[in-house]
Design a binder for this molecule. Structure first.
Ligand code: GLU
Length: 479
């Protein structure tokens, strides 16, 4: 019987949830969901110096917001808890004692100064520093106040990585790594191996920064008598220009910021999944269900994926379009401007339907819809700034607006009839839509863009349209 699939996301609460860690979490989650396994959240908080207050809460909030739910974790009971490393110190201690008993771990007797001297000596001899070259012959018994080190067995390794392929290393990279630090906390190197074993983790999915240490982990698995898990190493995410690793200064925000800026969770999931993964076709827009169905580690690229914010924006527009108007209305609640909030849900939905295709983020809503909810003050400079309209005299412009007003007074007010009237106006004046429709659009919205004119007018209503045209005519006359 094959081993049950159990994957984990094991962040250190040392900062916020950024795109890279979200991708690691997402890929581990997709594997678990696809194979009907479990997904675990484990907080690796053994580095007391780098600990950031509020980080754990932020990570949990981000996972929840993206819909990456976990079956076991700090706040979800499971059979192998606790899921916070600082609460598992006794467990690491037991595993450490076992290694001491079997002669595979020893107390590090050196002061930091002595260690530095060894390093300096290696540098002077142009050799790589290896702690095991200085292994003490008669180490003192370990009392928990000095570091505990693995007594390594240098050898060559071959291993398989689901993403990186077949890898190998020589004995020269194997060293006596620290297992427990002098502050009593385990190192990441030791703790994650103990925890993955205790928590029966099947796949270790993590970032590229751990690849160089993997031979030492393999050595430690052997010393502990453990089977290796399946490894999958994620390549770096590169900055937009593709030349360096994505960093804080490249404008990539944390996950919650993207949500606050009006990106949908499903867009972020789709976008993050696409950083280094595709299904081998041209398809770019995937629902979460499709990702669960289609994701596979062997289609994750080995080289860095490029972070392209423009693409994220495009994807968001696509996902917004895929929402039903009711769903969109639910998501839009926190993004409406004040006047929209005071309007009935029916009217909000009517307007959403109109602008849906133009939304790139939900944060665009106020700008794109404000004029529906509040009568805008005429801004004639927009007429003057329009290349085509600026060629006409004010009298001509006002004449057109008056003609339109006349037609709109009697037409049956719906989008079809309005289109017929607008076409009639084109015939009657011999003008192009670029002139006539732009003029009317400005006069009723004073906005740089709006949905199709007939639809915009239909939603505005006759009374409001006529009132706005009157206001525009009056303003034009005064100039
Ligand atoms: N705590 C490590 C980190 O945050 C996790 C690495 C792993 O997944 O094993 O980078």
């Amino acid at each position: 019987m094959s081993q049950p699939i159990r994957t984990r996301f094991a962040p250190s609460p040392t900062g916020f949830m950024h795109v890279g860690s979200a991708r690691t979490a997402l890929f581990a989650w997709l594997i678990a969901r696809q194979q009907h396994g479990q997904f675990i959240l484990r907080l690796e908080d053994t580095d007391r110096v780098r600990h950031v207050e509020g980080s754990a809460e932020h990570l949990i909030k981000s996972l929840r917001a993206l819909g990456i739910n976990y079956d076991e974790g700090p706040d979800v009971d499971g059979p192998y808890g606790p899921y916070i490393q600082s609460e598992r110190l006794a467990i690491y201690r037991q595993w450490a004692e076992k290694l001491i008993e079997t002669g595979r771990a020893y107390a590090d007797p050196y002061t930091p100064e002595e260690l530095e001297a060894f390093r300096a000596e290696a540098r002077a001899n142009k050799q790589a520093f290896l702690y095991r070259h200085h292994r003490p012959t008669n180490p003192p018994a370990w009392d928990g106040t000095t570091p505990l080190r693995l007594k390594s067995e240098p050898k060559a390794y071959h291993w398989h990585d689901e993403v990186m392929g077949d890898l190998s290393s020589g004995p020269e990279v194997i060293d006596d790594i620290v297992l427990i630090k002098s502050d009593g906390y385990p190192t990441y190197n030791f703790a994650h191996i103990v925890d993955d074993a205790e928590m029966k983790v099947s796949h270790v999915i993590r970032g590229q920064e751990f690849l160089a240490s993997t031979p030492n982990y393999l050595n430690l698995y052997e010393a502990l008598g453990l089977d290796r898990p399946i490894f999958a190493t994620m390549p770096h995410i590169m900055a937009e220009n593709g030349r360096k690793k994505l960093g804080k200064r490249d404008g990539a925000k944390d996950i919650l910021d993207y949500l606050r800026d009006g990106y949908l969770p499903e867009t972020l999931v789709n976008f993050i999944a696409s950083l280094g993964w595709n299904d081998g076709t041209e398809q770019e827009i995937f629902s979460v269900e499709e990702l669960i169905d289609k994701f596979s580690l062997d289609r994750v690229g080995r080289s860095g994926a490029r972070f392209d914010e423009k693409r994220l924006e495009w994807m968001n527009g696509q996902h917004i379009r895929n929402l039903s108007t009711n769903e969109l209305a639910e998501r839009a609640v926190n993004f409406w401007g004040e006047s929209a909030k005071a309007t009935s849900p029916e009217r909000q939905r009517e307007i959403l339907e109109l602008v849906k295709d133009r939304l790139k983020t939900l944060a665009d809503l106020p700008l794109l819809t404000e004029y529906f909810f509040e009568r805008p003050a005429p801004n004639w400079s927009m007429v003057n700034d329009n290349k085509q309209l600026s060629k006409l005299s004010n009298d001509e412009l006002i004449g057109y607006l008056e003609l339109a007003r006349q037609k709109f007074e009697t037409v049956d007010w719906d989008s079809n009839n309005l289109q017929i009237q607008l076409n009639g106006l084109l015939d009657q004046t011999g003008q192009k839509p670029g002139i006539l429709f732009s003029l009317i659009r400005l006069a009723v919205s004073w906005a740089p863009f709006s949905p199709a004119l007939n639809d915009t007018l239909a939603v505005l209503g006759r009374d409001e349209t006529l009132a706005r045209l009157d206001l525009a005519i009056e303003t034009g006359r005064q100039l």
